[in-house]
Design a protein. Sequence first.
Length: 277
Amino acid sequence: MSREEMHRQKQQADVSVKQPRHHHFGATFLGILLTMVMAIAILLNATVLDADFAADELADSPISTQLQEEVNGSLSEYGVSGSLLTTKETHRLVRQAVKQVYAGKSIKLDLTNVEKRLQSKVDDELGSYGLSTSLLPSSATSESNQQLTNQVNQKLNTDEVQTAAKTITTVKTVVNVLLAISGVALAVLIVWSLFKHCFLAVFSWSTAWSAGLYFGFVWLIKLGINQAAQEQPDYASTIATIGNDVLTRGWRIAWLLLALALVGWLLRGGLRIVRRH
């Protein structure tokens, strides 16, 4: 082989090495961006933007106790003493209210069970005097129950609740749009990298950087939760409980990204060994 031919082959080899690296940088940066957007969107949809998650969290929070006191307070205005709204029923109503808010609707609680207990208690009290509610027109009893339901729902449908419902609906729409766009773009990037024979390089670097950034992102969430708990001492326990559940899911996603990065680097290393032999 002549010296000129060896020099030409060396130049071609240098170009074949440098060219992919140039492409890898842009593709890797895009991969990091898309992976971060998807990971954050998935975390939000699985926690604070998920109606079931929020319902379960708030059902066991002081907010549930406040709702119970609100309804029982409304009953006292009708001259009914005692607590007719049980803890179990309160949890059911909280879940119902949260799901209605997350659906962008006004709160319309079903107080049928409470009305039945109220009716039973009135019957018992009248019975002690030898009277019965059967002496009352059915329309009067029905109207009284409807007034109770309307009064409770009106107290719950505050301006803050309406604003929260609109905000949640808007944020969830934006997050879902970003999730869809990033998912499609990431799929296109994967196909492109496969055709360019640089999938493992882009995949390993993107997941490695994304894992590191996501660990930092979750750490910032933790700091934000601690700050919010200090600023809202009345709701500190609720914020801490919800925050810990969010963090648990966040750490899982971060570790998953790290595991994917390790798989990518192991595959690259194994492929290099195979090529050398």
